[in-house]
Ligand binder design. Structure first.
Ligand code: NAD
Length: 260
């Protein structure tokens, strides 16, 4: 597989979990990585240790002007943007009748509008270059409903369709746009939720056909493929990386038949 030597990548949500793992992978493959996140992160140093020109901006993805400024600085200093990966997000929701309007707005603003603003900020540069790979992070919860999912699932479903539309509108300008839908991945976000609900965790593992939660690095592997030239004919694609969670329902028959 080709590497990403001297490519310039912007990664949102780069301080933690999936975004951090993708930033590390891109750096390891030779890219200069510009990380964006609301929070600073001591772990970001591990990216700069591998790719010295990489840098970090502390900003809110709902702030379009701040994202544009980070993009302008990136283009001024490195001359181009080859990859955008949008991992900034929050996991919150609840049944509609119990969900406050302010919580709906916050989740939609960060997960969906934040993704829109990140994509919008790089399009002029990528269009002028006639090249670029945009990878958004949605969720298996953007493909199907989840009990109590409401705002989160709506935001991630929106990201899936936004991605397809960007692929349609900008393909002839050399820009590819794909979405990764992770299953349940061990990150601070998931550990927060599952720490409060151990029964939920056990049920998710039972429904995940490989029998375990995923690792952020397993999402970074898919994000690497979609970023690099080996994926040159892949666009508008929804890549599910979920250990088989959405392959079908488990009813215990495999165990009954003595397979496991
Ligand atoms: N962990 C999972 O199981 C899982 C599954 C499917 C999808 N996802 C998605 O993957 C993405 C990354 O999640 P994660 O699990 O790594 O969580 P995480 O909490 O470890 O990382 C999310 C990062 O986004 C940042 N962020 C939050 N709001 C922001 C804002 N307004 N502006 C800038 N940065 C902001 C946080 O500071 C954090 O560093 C999210 O979009 C999440 O919805 C996660």
């Amino acid at each position: 597989m080709s590497n990403l030597k001297n490519r310039v990548a912007i990664v949102t949500g780069a301080a933690s979990g999936i975004g951090l793992a993708c930033a590390r992978r891109y750096a390891a493959e030779g890219a200069i990585v510009v990380g964006l996140d609301l929070n600073a992160s001591e772990e970001w140093a591990s990216v700069e240790a591998v790719s010295q020109q990489s840098r970090f901006h502390q900003l809110d993805v709902t702030d379009g002007a701040a994202q544009r400024a980070a993009v302008e600085e990136t283009v001024r200093d490195f001359g181009r943007i080859d990859i955008l990966l949008t991992a900034a997000g929050v996991g919150a929701g609840g049944p509609v009748g119990m969900l406050e309007e302010a919580d709906w707005d916050r989740v939609i603003d960060i997960n969906l509008k934040g993704t829109f603003l990140s994509v919008k900020a790089v399009l002029d540069t990528m269009s002028a270059q006639r090249s670029g790979s945009i990878i958004t992070i949605a969720s298996v919860e953007g493909l199907n409903g989840t009990e109590g999912g409401s705002a989160y699932n709506a935001s991630k479903g929106g990201v899936v369709l936004l991605t397809k539309n960007v692929a349609m509108d900008y393909g002839r300008m050399g820009i590819r746009c794909n979405v990764i839908c992770p299953g349940f991945i061990e990150t601070p976000m998931l550990n927060d939720v599952m720490g409060q609900m151990p029964e939920f965790k056990a049920d998710v593992i039972r429904e995940t056909k490989v029998g375990r939660l995923g690792k952020p690095e397993e999402i970074a592997g898919a994000a690497y493929f979609l970023a690099c030239d080996d994926a040159s004919y892949v666009t508008g694609h929804t890549m599910v990386v979920d250990g088989g969670y959405t392959a079908g329902h488990s009813h215990g028959l495999v165990q009954l038949m003595g397979l496991v």
